[in-house]
Design a protein around this ligand. Structure first.
Ligand code: DX5
Ligand code: ZN
Length: 217
Protein backbone atom coordinates (compact mmCIF):
# COMPACT_ATOMS: atom_id res chain seq x y z
CA UNK A 1 0.00 0.00 0.00
CA UNK A 2 1.27 3.47 -0.85
CA UNK A 3 1.81 5.57 2.26
CA UNK A 4 2.26 9.33 2.14
CA UNK A 5 3.73 11.41 4.97
CA UNK A 6 2.60 15.01 4.85
CA UNK A 7 4.25 17.32 7.42
CA UNK A 8 2.13 20.31 8.43
CA UNK A 9 4.07 23.56 8.44
CA UNK A 10 1.71 24.89 11.09
CA UNK A 11 4.21 23.40 13.54
CA UNK A 12 7.24 24.87 11.72
CA UNK A 13 9.12 28.09 12.38
CA UNK A 14 7.15 30.64 10.35
CA UNK A 15 10.20 32.93 10.17
CA UNK A 16 12.15 30.24 8.29
CA UNK A 17 9.69 28.33 6.18
CA UNK A 18 12.06 27.56 3.30
CA UNK A 19 14.61 26.03 5.68
CA UNK A 20 11.88 24.19 7.57
CA UNK A 21 10.62 22.60 4.34
CA UNK A 22 14.20 21.50 3.62
CA UNK A 23 14.24 19.70 7.01
CA UNK A 24 11.39 17.46 5.85
CA UNK A 25 12.62 16.80 2.31
CA UNK A 26 12.12 13.04 2.69
CA UNK A 27 8.37 13.51 3.07
CA UNK A 28 5.91 13.18 0.19
CA UNK A 29 3.95 16.42 0.43
CA UNK A 30 3.93 19.65 2.40
CA UNK A 31 0.67 20.31 4.23
CA UNK A 32 -0.25 23.99 4.38
CA UNK A 33 -3.01 25.01 6.79
CA UNK A 34 -4.89 28.10 5.63
CA UNK A 35 -7.16 29.50 8.37
CA UNK A 36 -9.32 32.62 8.22
CA UNK A 37 -10.34 33.25 11.84
CA UNK A 38 -13.93 32.72 10.71
CA UNK A 39 -14.40 29.09 9.74
CA UNK A 40 -12.00 28.27 12.58
CA UNK A 41 -10.98 30.45 15.54
CA UNK A 42 -7.41 30.93 14.35
CA UNK A 43 -5.56 32.81 11.63
CA UNK A 44 -2.50 31.48 9.83
CA UNK A 45 -1.54 32.44 6.30
CA UNK A 46 -3.13 33.24 2.97
CA UNK A 47 -2.49 33.63 -0.72
CA UNK A 48 0.77 35.64 -0.68
CA UNK A 49 2.49 33.09 1.56
CA UNK A 50 1.12 30.17 -0.44
CA UNK A 51 2.44 31.76 -3.63
CA UNK A 52 5.88 32.19 -2.06
CA UNK A 53 5.93 28.61 -0.77
CA UNK A 54 4.94 27.43 -4.21
CA UNK A 55 8.12 29.01 -5.57
CA UNK A 56 10.53 27.47 -3.06
CA UNK A 57 9.09 24.08 -2.12
CA UNK A 58 10.69 21.05 -3.82
CA UNK A 59 7.74 18.99 -2.57
CA UNK A 60 4.16 19.32 -3.83
CA UNK A 61 1.94 21.55 -1.72
CA UNK A 62 -1.14 20.05 -0.13
CA UNK A 63 -3.36 22.99 0.83
CA UNK A 64 -5.87 22.48 3.63
CA UNK A 65 -8.34 25.35 3.48
CA UNK A 66 -10.07 25.99 6.80
CA UNK A 67 -11.88 28.99 5.42
CA UNK A 68 -15.47 30.08 4.79
CA UNK A 69 -16.88 30.52 1.29
CA UNK A 70 -14.81 27.67 -0.09
CA UNK A 71 -16.68 27.76 -3.41
CA UNK A 72 -15.21 31.17 -4.09
CA UNK A 73 -11.75 30.77 -2.62
CA UNK A 74 -10.65 27.19 -3.28
CA UNK A 75 -10.24 27.81 -7.04
CA UNK A 76 -8.21 30.95 -6.32
CA UNK A 77 -5.81 28.86 -4.23
CA UNK A 78 -5.65 26.24 -6.99
CA UNK A 79 -4.55 28.97 -9.39
CA UNK A 80 -1.30 29.28 -7.41
CA UNK A 81 -0.31 25.95 -8.96
CA UNK A 82 -0.91 23.93 -5.80
CA UNK A 83 -0.76 20.18 -6.28
CA UNK A 84 -3.78 19.54 -4.08
CA UNK A 85 -6.50 21.76 -2.64
CA UNK A 86 -8.75 20.46 0.13
CA UNK A 87 -11.79 22.44 1.25
CA UNK A 88 -14.28 21.73 4.01
CA UNK A 89 -17.71 20.28 3.24
CA UNK A 90 -19.10 22.50 6.00
CA UNK A 91 -17.83 25.63 4.22
CA UNK A 92 -19.01 24.94 0.68
CA UNK A 93 -22.43 25.44 -0.88
CA UNK A 94 -21.79 23.12 -3.84
CA UNK A 95 -19.01 20.61 -3.16
CA UNK A 96 -19.27 19.00 -6.60
CA UNK A 97 -19.05 22.25 -8.57
CA UNK A 98 -16.09 23.37 -6.46
CA UNK A 99 -14.25 20.07 -6.86
CA UNK A 100 -14.79 20.22 -10.62
CA UNK A 101 -13.36 23.74 -10.77
CA UNK A 102 -10.26 22.57 -8.89
CA UNK A 103 -9.69 19.73 -11.32
CA UNK A 104 -10.24 22.03 -14.31
CA UNK A 105 -7.53 24.30 -12.96
CA UNK A 106 -5.24 21.29 -12.58
CA UNK A 107 -5.25 20.64 -8.83
CA UNK A 108 -6.26 17.47 -7.08
CA UNK A 109 -9.61 18.03 -5.37
CA UNK A 110 -9.87 17.16 -1.68
CA UNK A 111 -12.93 17.22 0.57
CA UNK A 112 -12.53 17.55 4.35
CA UNK A 113 -14.98 16.81 7.14
CA UNK A 114 -14.75 17.86 10.79
CA UNK A 115 -14.98 15.16 13.49
CA UNK A 116 -18.76 15.60 13.93
CA UNK A 117 -19.63 15.77 10.23
CA UNK A 118 -21.02 12.64 8.63
CA UNK A 119 -19.09 11.34 5.63
CA UNK A 120 -21.93 9.15 4.26
CA UNK A 121 -23.52 11.76 1.94
CA UNK A 122 -20.16 12.39 0.27
CA UNK A 123 -19.33 8.74 -0.32
CA UNK A 124 -21.89 8.76 -3.11
CA UNK A 125 -19.83 11.45 -4.82
CA UNK A 126 -16.46 9.67 -4.71
CA UNK A 127 -15.67 10.04 -8.43
CA UNK A 128 -15.64 13.82 -7.93
CA UNK A 129 -12.75 13.77 -5.46
CA UNK A 130 -9.09 12.80 -5.41
CA UNK A 131 -8.85 12.78 -1.62
CA UNK A 132 -11.06 12.70 1.46
CA UNK A 133 -9.72 14.26 4.65
CA UNK A 134 -11.17 12.83 7.83
CA UNK A 135 -10.21 15.31 10.54
CA UNK A 136 -8.96 13.54 13.65
CA UNK A 137 -9.12 16.74 15.75
CA UNK A 138 -11.34 19.81 15.61
CA UNK A 139 -9.68 21.99 12.99
CA UNK A 140 -7.98 25.17 14.15
CA UNK A 141 -4.87 24.28 16.11
CA UNK A 142 -1.87 22.00 16.04
CA UNK A 143 -0.80 19.87 18.99
CA UNK A 144 -4.24 18.50 19.90
CA UNK A 145 -5.04 14.91 20.88
CA UNK A 146 -6.05 12.38 18.23
CA UNK A 147 -9.79 11.57 18.41
CA UNK A 148 -10.16 7.84 18.13
CA UNK A 149 -13.92 8.33 17.83
CA UNK A 150 -13.37 9.31 14.17
CA UNK A 151 -12.03 5.88 13.21
CA UNK A 152 -15.39 4.22 12.37
CA UNK A 153 -16.01 7.04 9.88
CA UNK A 154 -12.60 6.47 8.34
CA UNK A 155 -13.28 2.73 8.04
CA UNK A 156 -16.60 3.44 6.32
CA UNK A 157 -14.88 5.75 3.85
CA UNK A 158 -12.16 3.19 3.25
CA UNK A 159 -14.72 0.49 2.46
CA UNK A 160 -16.51 2.80 0.04
CA UNK A 161 -13.26 3.69 -1.73
CA UNK A 162 -12.29 0.02 -2.02
CA UNK A 163 -15.73 -0.88 -3.39
CA UNK A 164 -15.53 1.95 -5.94
CA UNK A 165 -12.19 0.79 -7.33
CA UNK A 166 -11.15 4.46 -7.45
CA UNK A 167 -7.78 5.73 -6.23
CA UNK A 168 -9.20 8.28 -3.81
CA UNK A 169 -6.61 9.02 -1.13
CA UNK A 170 -7.74 8.89 2.49
CA UNK A 171 -6.06 11.50 4.64
CA UNK A 172 -6.04 11.96 8.40
CA UNK A 173 -5.03 15.19 10.11
CA UNK A 174 -4.60 15.96 13.79
CA UNK A 175 -2.68 14.25 16.56
CA UNK A 176 -0.86 11.87 14.22
CA UNK A 177 2.30 10.54 15.86
CA UNK A 178 4.13 7.26 16.43
CA UNK A 179 1.43 6.51 19.04
CA UNK A 180 -1.60 6.94 16.76
CA UNK A 181 -0.54 6.38 13.15
CA UNK A 182 -1.04 2.61 13.27
CA UNK A 183 -4.67 3.04 14.37
CA UNK A 184 -5.36 5.38 11.47
CA UNK A 185 -3.55 3.11 9.05
CA UNK A 186 -5.52 0.08 10.24
CA UNK A 187 -8.76 2.02 9.64
CA UNK A 188 -7.71 2.70 6.06
CA UNK A 189 -5.80 5.99 5.96
CA UNK A 190 -2.91 6.25 3.51
CA UNK A 191 -2.01 9.95 3.67
CA UNK A 192 -0.87 11.16 7.07
CA UNK A 193 -0.59 14.79 8.09
CA UNK A 194 1.80 15.26 11.00
CA UNK A 195 2.65 18.66 12.42
CA UNK A 196 4.11 18.66 15.90
CA UNK A 197 5.33 15.07 15.74
CA UNK A 198 7.56 15.85 12.73
CA UNK A 199 8.61 19.47 13.25
CA UNK A 200 8.94 18.93 17.00
CA UNK A 201 11.37 16.06 16.48
CA UNK A 202 15.08 16.69 16.78
CA UNK A 203 15.65 14.66 13.64
CA UNK A 204 12.70 15.20 11.34
CA UNK A 205 13.95 12.72 8.71
CA UNK A 206 14.13 9.94 11.31
CA UNK A 207 10.63 10.77 12.53
CA UNK A 208 9.28 10.69 8.97
CA UNK A 209 10.94 7.31 8.42
CA UNK A 210 9.47 5.98 11.68
CA UNK A 211 5.97 7.18 10.82
CA UNK A 212 6.26 5.69 7.34
CA UNK A 213 7.36 2.35 8.76
CA UNK A 214 4.54 2.23 11.32
CA UNK A 215 1.92 3.23 8.75
CA UNK A 216 3.03 0.43 6.43
CA UNK A 217 3.04 -2.33 9.05
C1 DX5 B 1 -5.34 21.52 12.53
C2 DX5 B 1 -4.56 21.44 11.26
C3 DX5 B 1 -3.51 20.39 11.28
C4 DX5 B 1 -2.43 20.59 12.30
C5 DX5 B 1 -1.99 19.24 12.76
O1 DX5 B 1 -6.47 22.26 12.33
O2 DX5 B 1 -5.40 21.16 10.17
O3 DX5 B 1 -2.94 20.19 9.99
O4 DX5 B 1 -1.34 21.30 11.82
O5 DX5 B 1 -1.09 19.40 13.79
P1 DX5 B 1 -0.66 18.19 14.75
O6 DX5 B 1 -0.04 17.13 13.89
O7 DX5 B 1 0.30 18.82 15.68
O8 DX5 B 1 -1.92 17.70 15.43
ZN1 ZN C 1 -4.45 20.52 8.27
Amino acid sequence: MAVRIDPSILAADFANLEAEIARVATADLIHVDVMDNHFVPNLTLGLPVVESLQRVSPLPLDLHLMISDADRWAPVYAETGAYSVTFHAEAAADVVATARRLRQIGARAGLAVKPDTDIAPYLELLPEFDMLLIMTVEPGFGGQSFMQSTMPKLSRASEAVAASGLDVWLQVDGGISEKTIELASAAGANTFVAGSSVFGAENAAEQIALLRELARS
